[in-house]
Design a protein around this ligand. Structure first.
Ligand code: ADP
Length: 243
């Protein structure tokens, strides 16, 4: 019980710390959102425009991360939007390219280019990024990292598969416990946050792993109809009948 209490206290102080951090971060990032625009307005140099766009994009991403960290610690629900899985994977691919060792081969497969999801885009992107970085970390000798998506019945399955070191029973059992990590510099919060994000989108995570062979994380999310029907305003519908 004392162990449990200590963990609760640690989580609470972490939440406080994160709330303070994300609040400050939002303020610190303000110039990154404004200055690039000013630079772009005042210069004809296309190279400078390009650089300003890169800085603005960093600012926007940082701002979104600060926002989602804040809403995570406040426990509020994030807005959700409809997007294509192919677009999401493309963004993740661009983001991990820089951290991809030469020995790791990346394979991305999306069964249907129209396959869509409804979730918080930034959060889901962050989750996939986390899973990919874990996968890369699990392949110090290199291997294959596979990102795949397909519809299975009423669900969409996003999978992140690696041919890395895999996990034993002991690790598998503690995977989603806050602060559980086997890395000297790990936080043990990556998978906890993935789980929360996937569950808040109405989904679940399944893991399969074999020591020495590799690991597969599957995110099962509710499928979204290809074209969601337009919401009919009750008043407009009544008007149509009357008119
Ligand atoms: P962290 O990466 O900071 O340790 P995570 O919650 O992301 O925190 O992961 C917890 C632990 O789960 C890792 O320390 C590692 O032991 C194990 N793990 C996660 N992903 C993989 C993977 N793809 N292959 C092997 N082990 C993994």
């Amino acid at each position: 019980a004392e162990h449990e209490l200590m963990r609760t206290q640690r989580l609470e102080s972490l939440a406080l710390l994160a709330a303070g951090l994300s609040h400050d971060l939002r303020n610190i990032l303000q110039p990154l959102l404004i200055v690039p625009e000013l630079i772009a307005q005042r210069s004809d140099d296309p190279r400078l425009h390009q650089l300003a766009a890169v800085v603005a994009e960093c600012g926007r991403r940082g701002h979104e991360m600060a926002e989602s960290m804040l809403s995570f610690v406040r426990g509020s629900r994030r807005s959700s939007e409809r997007f294509r899985v192919a677009d999401l994977f493309h963004a993740v691919e661009l983001l991990i390219k820089g951290s991809l060792p030469r020995t790791v081969q990346l394979e991305v497969r999306v069964a249907d280019p129209e396959l869509a999801l409804r979730a918080n885009y930034t959060e889901l992107q962050q989750s996939l990024l986390n899973l990919c970085l874990n996968a890369i970390h699990a392949m110090p000798q290199g291997g294959v990292l596979e990102l795949a998506a397909e519809a299975r019945g009423q669900e969409v399955v996003l999978s992140v598969r690696d041919t890395g070191v895999g996990m034993g029973e002991e690790t598998l059992r503690q995977l989603f416990t806050p602060f559980f990590t086997t890395k000297p510099d790990g936080t043990g919060l990556g998978l906890v946050s993935c789980k929360r994000i996937v569950e808040s989108a109405g989904g679940r995570i399944e893991v399969s792993s074999r020591p020495g062979e590799g690991t597969c994380f599957e995110l099962w999310l509710p499928a979204v109809p290809e074209e969601e029907p337009e919401q009919v305003e009750p008043a407009a519908a009544a008007g149509a009948v009357a008119g």
